[in-house]
Write a protein that binds this ligand. Structure first.
Ligand code: GLY
Ligand code: MN
Ligand code: MN
Length: 436
């Protein structure tokens, strides 16, 4: 669990970064109606949650350094017995202060009335413009209202700065409590992958395997996946974001499972590929071991000071050489790499940041240069080879083999720590687990 004192520490750190003439405004995620009276499950917006720990909708957080009446202001729903009977208890303004550490709390309905007063004298508003169109209008209205009063001496903010510049850089480096939650998310997800391997039998449907994964997530307190689980068998393993998960799993197929739990707002993102019947064919094994070799080398490259694209460079070299050795690509290694001959088989990056979001916040380039890895960053390493039947010039014995192997890697002072290491990934270990 992240303690309330940690959220307060983050707000303080952010205030130091933006300076005393800035102000931060964050809107809670909007609710989404599915139909009639049914809503989609609510999930707080990650930036908002990172700074408040507050998980109710219809809320706005304002962080105003050195403001006399208090620096952390929360606008949130009022307590209302009639609504609470239907939808659950609300914090209300008292709870906003007592439980969530707000210095001042106002009813959400008072936002437009109070905002100009809070923004007065602030040079810049730090805000994620364009994310919530409806809320953008609230900001614009507050600014124009203030501009109208400039002649009476009111100082209106001069500009809006993207919050990503400051806040997302903070989110990129995980604290020890965040790492503990991410480890837990990865452990739960690892058990789900193990369960999928244990339950998989030819003749099952992909959704039945998805159900086993969801079962394991949920019974361990991770109610939702961090993204829609991918369970692709046979040719479906070659579709990168396959989420239909509704085809029968055939004997002789490979099954690609890309599934990660969200635990207390933190994501895991793990992929394993295994044979439906528990035994890899010679061709499946050859491709699998190649992807694994590149993934292990990619993970080994993760350590402080290494530029992020180095992981991809290491992977591409191994995959390209492997495809030459298997006779799938023809030519010289350096030339094939230079012309990206691997691209029809491996068409994505080596991974991404991981955290509150599966593709987490944080820049990959800083001042035009690729970012160097630092302790506390968490990234995925996820090479793959996908041999769709329509790639010209490839012998059909390789067709419909799709393999991805993905782990969640924490950068440590000495190198790295694989958070998702509990799931087997060697051919021997997978076959042993599946044929037990
Ligand atoms: N599961 C999405 C990804 O691997 O990036
Ligand atoms: Mn990923
Ligand atoms: Mn993934």
């Amino acid at each position: 669990m992240v303690k309330m004192t940690e959220y307060a520490k983050r707000r303080k750190q952010l205030m130091q970064k933006i300076g005393s003439n800035g102000v931060v405004i964050l809107a809670a995620a909007p609710t989404a109606r599915r139909n009639g009276d049914a809503d989609y499950a609510y999930r707080q917006q990650s930036d908002f949650y990172y700074l408040t720990g507050f998980d109710e909708p219809e809320a706005v957080a304002v962080i105003a350094p050195k403001r006399k009446q208090g620096e952390f202001i929360l606008f949130n729903r009022v307590r209302d017995r009639a609504h609470e009977i239907w939808d659950g208890i609300r914090a209300g303004q008292e709870g906003a202060c007592k439980t969530y550490g707000a210095d001042q709390a106002f009813p959400f309905a008072d936002l437009e009335k109070e905002l100009p007063g809070i923004l007065e004298g602030r040079a810049t508003i730090h805000y994620a413009l364009g994310v919530d169109k409806k809320f953008d209008k609230v900001i614009v209205r507050a600014m124009s209202k203030m501009r109208g009063k400039i002649r009476s001496g009111l100082q209106a903010p001069l500009g809006i700065v993207d919050i990503a510049d400051t806040l997302h850089e903070m989110r990129l480096i995980k604290s020890s409590s965040e790492i503990a939650l991410m480890r837990k998310a990865a452990e739960i997800s690892a058990q789900a992958h193990i369960r999928a391997m244990q339950f998989c039998k030819p003749g099952m449907n992909e959704y039945q395997l998805e159900a086993e994964i969801q079962h394991e997530f949920q019974r361990n307190g991770a109610r939702t996946p961090a993204y829609t689980s991918i369970v692709g068998s046979g040719a479906n393993a070659c579709i990168l974001h396959y989420i239909s998960n509704n085809q029968p799993i055939k004997n002789g197929d490979l099954v690609l499972v890309d599934a990660g739990a969200e635990y207390q707002y933190y994501a895991a993102d793990i992929t394993r590929t295994f044979p439906a019947n528990g035994r890899f064919s010679a061709e499946q094994k050859a491709i699998y071991e190649l992807v694994l070799k590149s993934q292990i080398a990619g993970i080994k490259a993760v350590r402080p000071g290494v530029a992020w694209p180095t992981v991809q460079t290491v992977i591409v070299k191994i995959l390209t050489q492997g495809l030459i050795d298997l006779g799938i690509l023809k030519g010289r290694l350096n030339e094939l790499i230079a012309k990206e001959a691997y691209f029809p088989f491996y068409m994505h990056k080596s991974g991404h940041w991981l955290g509150l979001d599966v593709h987490d916040a944080g820049r990959y380039k800083v001042d035009g240069k690729w970012r160097k890895l630092q302790p506390g960053m968490v990234l995925t390493v996820e090479p793959g080879i996908y041999i769709s039947a329509d790639i010209p010039g490839v012998h059909k014995r390789w067709h419909n083999i799709g393999v991805r192997i993905e782990d969640d890697v924490l950068v440590t002072a000495k190198g790295s720590d694989v958070l998702s290491c509990d799931v087997p990934k060697t051919v021997t270990d997978i076959e042993a687990l599946m044929t037990k």
